[in-house]
Each structure stands twice: as C-alpha cells, then as structure tokens.
Write a protein that binds this ligand. Sequence first.
Ligand code: ASP
Length: 436
Amino acid sequence: MKHPHGLTQQILIAMVLAIILGACAQWIMGMNPWVDVVLNDWLVGGLFFIVGKVFVATLKLLVVPLVLVSLVCGAASLGSGKQLGRLGGKTLALYLFTTAVAISLAMGCAWLFEPGVGANLTSNASVNINQGSSFAQVMIDIFPSNPIAAMAEGKMLQIIVFALLLGMAMNHSGEAGQRIRMNFEDWNTVVLNLVTMLMKLAPYGVFALLFTLFARQGLSAIAELSVYFGTVVLVLLIQALLVYPAILTVLARLNPIMFLNKMRNVQLFAFSTASSNATLPVTMRTVEKRLGVDNRVASFSLPLGATLNMDGTAIMQGVATVFIAQAYGIQLDAMDFLTVIATATLASIGTAGVPGVGLVMLSMVLTQVGLPVEGIALIIGVDRLLDMMRTAVNVTGDATVTCVVAKSEQQLDEVVFNDPDVALVDEDVVLAKGKA
Ligand code: ASP
C-alpha cells in the first residue's frame, strides 16, 4: 500500500519550501541588522548549514563501505573472469555511447541557439581551476598500492579494482572463500538497511541544503546568462526524458515511465547534493531493490558510472565550450567539435562525481581546443544550480545503462521492475511502525 505522504512527496515539499523561503531570506537580508543576525548567523550560517553538512556526510559515510562489500559480493558470485570481461565491456561501451550522444546534442543545440553571441566579457569572477592529471597518470592511479589508503581517500576506481580482485579470489578459494563471502553478504544487507534508514532524513537535509544555497546565492545570475542556462537545461531535459527512455525501450524493452518514476528519489538526492558519489548509496538501493537489477551487475556498474559516466556534465561542457568560443569570437571547426567530444568523454575518467568537478573537466576541454580557460569565469555564476541539475542527469544515465546491461545478461527481475510499490522506503516506515 502506498503511504499517503511518501518520501518523494516530502522531499519535493521540502525542496519547494526551501527554494521559496531561501529566496525570500536573501531578499530581506540587509534590511535590518537584527534580521541579519537571525538569518545570516543563526540560520544560514548556523543551524541549516550544520544540518546540510551532516546530511551529506551521512550519505558519504556509506559510499566506501557499500561499494566495497557490495562489489566483493558481486565479484564473488560472478561465474568467471570472462563474464566480468563481458559485463565490463558492455558497461563501458554504453557509458561512452551515452556520453557521446549527450555532448553531441549539447554542441548541436548550442550551435543552434548561439548562447555566447553578444555575451558580456567583463566578468569579475575569478577562475581558480586545477588542471587534471595526464592520461598515463590516470591509468596508473586506477590501481591501488594500498587498499586502506584508497578507502581512506575515497578513490573509487581503486576501491573497485581491489573489490573485484578480492571477490574473484574468494571465488577461487573453496570453503574459506565461501565463508568470507557469506560474511560480506551479511554486511551488504546491513549497510543497505542503513541506507534505507538514513534516506528518511532526506526531507530535513534537502531543506537545509537548498535553503542555505538560495539564501546565499539568489537567482539574479540566471537572468544575465539566460540563453546559456536555458540551452543547458533544455539538453539535460532531452537527455533525461527522450534519450534514456529511447535507450531503455529500444535496447532493453523496458518501460521508461516506470523507470523514471522510480528514479525520482535518486534524482532529488542528486539535485540537492550535487554529487553522484554522495548519491551512490541511494542509487544502488533503488536500482537493486526497486528496479530489480541483480547485485552482480549493479555493484559493478553503478560505482563505475558515478566516477566515469557524467552525461549531464558532458552536456554542460558542450554548451559551455560553444558559448565561450562565441563570446570570444573564436570559430570552432568540425575537427574542434570532434576534439571536444573526445576530450569531454575521456576527461570524465579521471575525475570523481563530486560537486563542481565539471568545471575542472571543462578547463581540460577548453585547453585542448585552444580556448581561453578564463572563459569559465563567464559561466561560474550559474554553475552551482546547473551542477545540481546535471548531477540528476548523471545518476539517471548510470541507472539506465545498468538496467540495459542487466537485462542483456538476464540479471534483471522484470516483476520487481514493473511493480510500482516494491521496496518503498515509506513501506519500511509502515512495517516498522506495525512491528512496534
Ligand atoms: N557534480 C557532478 C556529479 O557529481 C559532477 C559535475 O558536473 O561537476 O556528478
């Protein structure tokens, strides 16, 4: 039975309230010193700041343990190295494909709408973007020399490699391997339950995060960059509402409406945290429990996707590159377009899904085609809001590819996929209350 005020509705209400109240708070700040103290120091810089940070920390605290135990279980139950190779090949190919589609769409739309023509070049925002590492270094860095350090630093690709190796070794270790595997399976159940528990805090966390953001930032920057902003949002919507549904229907014969309905919570988490990594526990729970994907596929492809597959980010980069070229009056030829597509697709490999990383990747892309990196200052004002939206697309892309790969490997339970009420977080609330 559906809960009348389900978690999704609660998060949505919290979101809308936070945006409205946050924007009002920004408007009245500065009117009266007392109001300023209460709003600025006690609420925006105090209570809500703390609640928001604690909420993101509780999500992040689950990422490393969940990826480790879940992927060890997944790898230990994969039949052979060949099966893993096939799974990895399909997943990577689809991730690259969706990113290439995303960025091509973005550059096409940007070319059509010309967001940068007549842009005001006198931005006073300063750019301080780290350059990414070289390709060789990125490859070397995938392999951990110290798994504990990798976990302590949250290096996702290294954790993935370690978990895969450990799981495969368990598979070859007879009874000893089986005993440890059972232990990891138990851990997996417990950690996933912790995810469910913490998800119930989301309405408060989301309210605090968004109130702080809107009270500080307001919406004025959007007006100046409306064509750029609108173009990015339009392509994000096309990707989420047309491209992914088409992929699900054509490649996997799955109902896209059901998929999008179940992904709503994940998208809301991604939107409010602006981090695919912090959202990962919620993505994994939803894809396994509500979309019916087997742990063998989900535990591998979702952490990989949170790190490598950033379609929404690629969209921002595509539009931003064309925008900056137009703003500086620089012509991009067909070769430049291809370079942007290739660089943006590959740049995502070395950068994790955390807030704002899209700008680091953008600086690599701009350098590749000889555009001024300072151009980033032009778009920085609206980047946080776009970051939130593109992160929602990033996680949707990860889940889409995971479902397609799982279906092709006969690892997707369609009864679960098509059941709208399966494993609702609210249901747990009802059950827990029933038991109490
Ligand atoms: N925040 C995005 C993510 O975590 C990355 C980015 O576009 O900056 O997926």
